[in-house]
Write a protein that binds this ligand. Structure first.
Ligand SMILES: Cc1ncc(COP(=O)(O)O)c(C=O)c1O
Length: 323
């Protein structure tokens, strides 16, 4: 994703009239809540971010279509289409179809389709995601989609193999650029992955084992949130069917306070605001919980601590308002 942005800025994309860096302004649509590393890339390269609200079917498509159609500076959209966006939404078939066929003022508009959680199911009903590349080709926009995958959350975080899928013109463009960047990718790591995972069945079997590790942690998160915050009116949370995150919504103006109190108690959370462009959650209400790394006992301990912090912050705010 980083390299595609850099190459689009410094080289001419298929269908583009000029390099992005030669444009006065480049902007990306950012469904919120979203993924902090996407936002960090935009900030690093001076790409403006335009937040778009998420719905249960994916980004608000009326808003996406309007913004993409009216402004040629809007060059792309970040999408985590399945699970962990961080809310756990799976884009509906209609959303995928609309993204593929919508009018864009920029001829070189790209959908950055970060399908990092394609096989990360937590239940017996794996969600199906429509084929964006096929839909784009069918709609007459074959070069619109950049599809990314990664084994980062399958084998070893930080030592995964990344995948890029797109139209022949886009693949040729990326390969030509990458040949300048490095003479050879890490073939030993690719071989390691090929020998370990072998094929699609091998990936499925491996992810079942991941699920056996993860499901109890997600159940613990849900159980403790329910026991400690259920009925308080202080919080709502997602119950994802896959992926590695749970989104916790606390009262407006409380998220930073909760994260700060948790840190004082030794509980490390993703910074409040990380799910929004520029780290700015205008309601200061969203907290992303990632229970994948710690052991079960630690997850339970951390969740008890976190729910105490939510109650403290929430009730103090209520008391302050009442006073
Ligand atoms: C949405 C999303 N994309 C990508 C990644 C990681 O990809 P990689 O480590 O291959 O850069 C993650 C993992 O944290 C993720 O959550």
């Amino acid at each position: 994703m980083h390299d595609c942005l850099v190459h689009a800025l410094l080289g001419v994309l298929p269908g583009a009239e000029s390099r992005w860096v030669d444009q006065e302004r480049v902007a990306f649509l950012c469904p919120v809540p979203g993924y902090d590393r996407h936002f960090a890339l935009c900030e690093r390269f001076g790409i403006d971010m335009i937040p778009v609200p998420m719905t249960a079917d994916g980004p608000d498509m009326d808003e996406v279509e309007r913004l993409a159609a009216e402004n040629p500076a809007v060059k792309g959209i970040w999408c985590v289409p399945k699970y962990s966006n961080p809310d756990g939404v799976v884009y509906s078939d209609e959303t995928v179809a609309r993204l593929a066929r919508m009018e864009t003022a920029a001829p070189d508009f790209r959908i950055f389709w970060d399908n990092a959680y394609a096989v990360h199911h937590l239940t017996d009903e794996p969600a199906e995601l429509a084929d964006l590349l096929g839909a784009c080709a069918e709609a007459g926009n074959p070069d619109r989609a950049f599809v990314f995958g990664s084994t980062s959350k399958i084998t070893a975080a930080g030592a995964g193999v990344a995948f890029f899928g797109s139209s022949p013109a886009n693949v040729k463009w990326l390969l030509a650029n990458n040949q300048k960047r490095s003479i050879g990718p890490d073939k030993i790591n690719q071989l390691r992955h090929a020998l370990f995972l072998r094929d699609a069945d091998g990936v499925r079997a491996h992810m079942e084992r991941q699920r056996a590790l993860l499901q109890p942690k997600f159940e613990a998160v849900a159980r403790i949130l329910d026991a400690e915050l259920g009925g308080t009116g202080l919080a709502t949370w997602t119950s994802p069917k896959g992926g590695y995150f749970v989104t916790l919504q606390v009262p407006d103006g409380c998220a930073k306070d909760v994260v700060r109190r948790a840190a004082e108690a030794g509980i490390v959370l993703t910074p409040a605001g990380a799910t929004h462009p520029y780290g700015d959650d205008p309601r200061d209400a969203v907290i992303r919980i990632a229970p994948s790394f710690p052991g079960l006992a630690e997850v339970e301990q951390a969740m008890h601590g976190l729910t105490v912090c939510v109650r403290l912050a929430g009730y103090e705010q209520r008391a302050g308002r009442a006073a």
